[in-house]
Design a protein around this ligand. Sequence first.
Ligand code: SF4
Length: 76
Amino acid sequence: AGPKVDEADPVAKSLGYKDDTHTVDDKKFPKHATTQTCSNCQLFQGGPKDALGGCALFAGKQVAGTGWCSAWTKKT
Ligand code: SF4
């Protein structure tokens, strides 16, 4: 557990993190797709339906299941 990452946090900003994958700027991140979310990212430490979960890139914090960042990697 832990507090949710703030989009304005410097690490979040550098990764282009957003709480809602639908708010990501596709011009800035051409590989982004709205089907990509934290909940289906390899680095997400929560379950597929969890609203919040840990992320390997944000120690001690949680990201939104609906979120996204530029380090998104398809869960295998
Ligand atoms: Fe979400 Fe994955 Fe980025 Fe972590 S690495 S913030 S789980 S998209």
